[in-house]
Each structure stands twice: as C-alpha cells, then as structure tokens.
Unconditional design. Structure first.
Length: 285
C-alpha cells in the first residue's frame, strides 16, 4: 500500500470513530483509557520490532528536551480526546465533528499570539467565516439564550479543537523523535493519567457487542490508524495532506446521516458549508 492510500485509509477509518464510540456504551474517560492502552500495546510492539533496523542505521538519539515536549504534547492530546468523546455524548456526531475540525484555524490564531506570526487577510476572513459557521452548526438558532446554547456540548467540542491545536503547536518542537515512539509515549502517559479516574463499574455492564466496538476503537481506530498515519505522513506533500484530511469529517457526517438517522436543519447545513469553506480559505495561497 503506497503512502497516499495509507493516509487516505487512516482518514476514512478515523472518520467512523464517532459512530463506533457511541456503540461502545462507555463514557469518554473510560473510552480514552482503552484507546490509550490498546495503542500503547500495538504501537509499542511495532516500535520494538523495528528497533533492530533503526540500530543498524546508527540513528542518533533524540535530544532530551524532545521527550519533555512529547509528554506535554501527550497531555494536550489526551485532554483533546476526552473532550472530543464527551462532545459525542451531548450532541450529534456531525455537529461535534464540524466544530472539532476548527483546529487548523485555531492553530493560525494561537500561532499569531504565541509566535507573533502575522495573520494574512485570507486567514482573518476565514476565521470570521468559521466562527459564524460554528454558531450555526452548533444550533444557536434553536436556543432562546446563549447560555442554553453553550450547555449543548459546544464547549466540549470547541475545547477538543483547542487542545488539538495545542497538540499540533507543541508537536512542532519535536523533530527527531521517532513518530511511533512519540505516540507510544503519549498514549502511555494517557494510561497513567486516566487510571486513577476510571470507574471500573462502567465495564461490568457491557455486552459482547459493546466489547467488540471497544476493541475495534482501541486497536483499529487508534493503534492501526496511527501506524498508517505516521508511516505515510513524511512521504506526502502538504497540499496532498490538506486535501485528504477532509475525508475524516466527510465520512463522519455521511455515517451520522445514514446510520444514526441524524438530519441537520438548513441553518446547520449552511454552518457546515461555511465552516469547511472557511478552513479551505484559511490556507489559500
């Protein structure tokens, strides 16, 4: 399988995670814990099996500071996952995914604040378009007050996008650390952080079908997807990645409509269109 197919497959598989997560019947913290555990086991094995080849190439070890950034990046990633799955518990998958994919635009905003990067006119216009689109897709027109609107789960989805943006920005400081080892560090950190928060009784009420979806979410949607993602990422051009990444939300929205029967109203459809148009315009050269 070439790099293009690997990356496209990773986006398609990840696009179905919302549907699978709902079928697990697990709350967000317990589900993220299982994801971290499965990914640590699978990717840890992959990394160990490839260790001999890396030693043969005499690759230099990564600087110690990169391991510290890996831990910080891992913390942001785990919070992002918890918020993301929590949003699925409170709002339709289509709405949560549309808001979550504001992350690239938030990277632009945070980059301008933290690194004094200048926001171009297209990026500024895109941010306004995405903001309007987010309000519409979140269903602001359906609520009598702004506080009522915020209680729908919008803040969880937006928080997930914010922490995903922080994950991206922190990851920029990691240049030499093996990407699979980086993920193992992050997911192992997730296991340690979430272990004290787990309510084990949540696992005692699960059916065989729930467990099937849980294991698929852990090993396929996390471990296998990250393997496909990282083994293809460095072989693709940025423009190709920017196009293929839209497979993720597209699959999520299609599955939400076809399998769960969700039907967005006309304002939400307009909001989805504005959000993704804004994201495309933000990175217009």
């Amino acid at each position: 399988m070439n790099a293009h197919l690997k990356f496209a497959a990773s986006m398609v598989i990840f696009g179905s995670i919302g549907f699978f997560s709902v079928k697990t019947n697990l709350p967000s913290i317990e589900l993220v814990f299982i994801r971290c555990l499965c990914a640590s086991l699978l990717l840890g094995l992959v990394w160990l099996l490839g260790r001999r080849k890396r030693l043969a190439k005499n690759q230099e070890p990564a600087p110690r500071k990169e391991y510290l950034f890996a831990l910080l990046c891992g913390f942001f990633l785990i919070v992002n996952w918890v918020f993301f799955f929590r949003s699925f518990e409170l709002m339709p998958i289509t709405v949560a995914v549309s808001i979550y994919h504001l992350a690239p635009v938030l990277v632009l905003l945070l980059g301008s604040l933290l690194f004094k990067e200048k926001i171009t006119l297209p990026a500024g216009i895109a941010i306004v378009i995405c903001f309007i689109g987010t309000l519409l897709v979140g269903g602001i027109q359906q609520h009598s007050s702004f506080d009522d609107f915020l209680s729908t789960g919008v803040l969880w989805a937006f928080g997930a996008a914010l922490f995903y943006a922080l994950t991206t920005l922190t990851g920029k400081a990691i240049r030499t650390l093996d990407p699979i080892l980086l993920t193992v560090i992050q997911t192992s950190l997730g296991v340690l952080l979430l272990l004290p928060l787990i309510e084990w009784t949540k696992f005692s009420q699960l059916s065989a079908e729930n467990w099937a979806y849980i294991l698929l979410t852990g090993f396929v949607h996390t471990g296998f997807v990250f393997y496909l993602f990282f083994s293809s990422l460095r072989s693709l051009k940025a423009q190709t990645i920017a196009i293929l990444v839209f497979l993720d939300p597209a699959i999520a929205i299609i599955l939400d409509v076809l399998l769960t029967g969700y039907h967005p109203d006309s304002y939400q459809i307009l909001g989805i269109v504005l959000t993704f148009l804004g994201m495309g315009y933000a990175f217009k050269k």
